[in-house]
Design a protein around this ligand. Structure first.
Ligand SMILES: *[C@@H]1O[C@H](CO)[C@@H](O)[C@H](O)[C@H]1NC(C)=O
Ligand SMILES: *[C@@H]1O[C@H](CO)[C@@H](O)[C@H](O)[C@H]1NC(C)=O
Length: 196
């Protein structure tokens, strides 16, 4: 009898605990909303614009202060015709003109990796971090394929921040200068991007 009462008592405690759990869940779901629709104009999103950005990208792999450094490779990379498996981290200057001494408008920060075994094709995963004028602090994110020996390479712009929130578009890259001795390259970029 005593045992039965004890069991009943502990069952009752469990019941109370469960009730509290469900009650608190109900209360929580009332005070915290996960999602809600927003008005575009109230959120400052009035009219979508299309912008064209033009700059030169300097990939400096040689000398004492390279802007792009190899950070990894596969054990088989040195026997690959294309350097398959090489991973490079870059913080490459972006300038208004083709000369490295011309005005800095931003940096290309991220990774390029040799992702093709049959040609020199890079996987590009990087952010353009701008410092020029009203774009200072805004970024554009690129995720794409770069077959560097093609005349024009197209890479998607998959997003952005700051003035480039909600950005989408594409970048066209064409090699302006390639130093076969050092491996240094200057690449012209034309970026077309929708943003607000
Ligand atoms: C490639 O690199 C490995 C070490 O990562 C080395 O053992 C091998 O001898 C190299 N092969 C060639 C062809 O250089
Ligand atoms: C960009 O912004 C940073 C910090 O907000 C500031 O220090 C820097 O001077 C600005 N650069 C330009 C070129 O306006």
């Amino acid at each position: 009898m005593a045992k039965t009462l004890q069991t009943l008592g502990s069952n009752y405690t469990i019941l109370i605990a469960i009730s509290f759990f469900f009650l608190s869940t109900l209360v929580t779901s009332e005070t915290h909303r996960f999602s809600r629709p927003l008005s575009l104009s109230k959120h400052g999103l009035k009219k979508e614009k299309l912008s064209h950005l033009h700059f030169y990208f300097h990939d400096i792999v040689s000398g004492r202060t390279p802007t792009a450094v190899k950070v990894a490779e596969a054990p088989t990379t040195n026997t690959s015709m294309t350097g398959f498996g090489t991973v490079v981290m870059m913080d490459d200057p972006l300038t208004i003109g083709p000369k490295s001494s011309s005005k800095l408008v931003g940096k290309a920060q991220g990774i390029y990796a040799v992702a093709s075994q049959s040609e020199v094709g890079f996987l590009m995963a990087l952010n353009f971090v701008f410092v020029e004028g009203k774009y200072n602090g805004s970024t554009l994110s690129v995720l794409g394929r770069n077959a560097v020996f093609s005349a024009v390479r197209e890479m998607p712009i998959v997003g952005g921040s700051g003035l480039f929130r909600f950005a989408r578009g594409y970048a066209h890259a064409s090699t302006h200068q390639f130093n076969i001795k050092t491996g240094d390259a200057v690449v012209e970029y034309n970026v077309y991007v929708f943003h607000y």
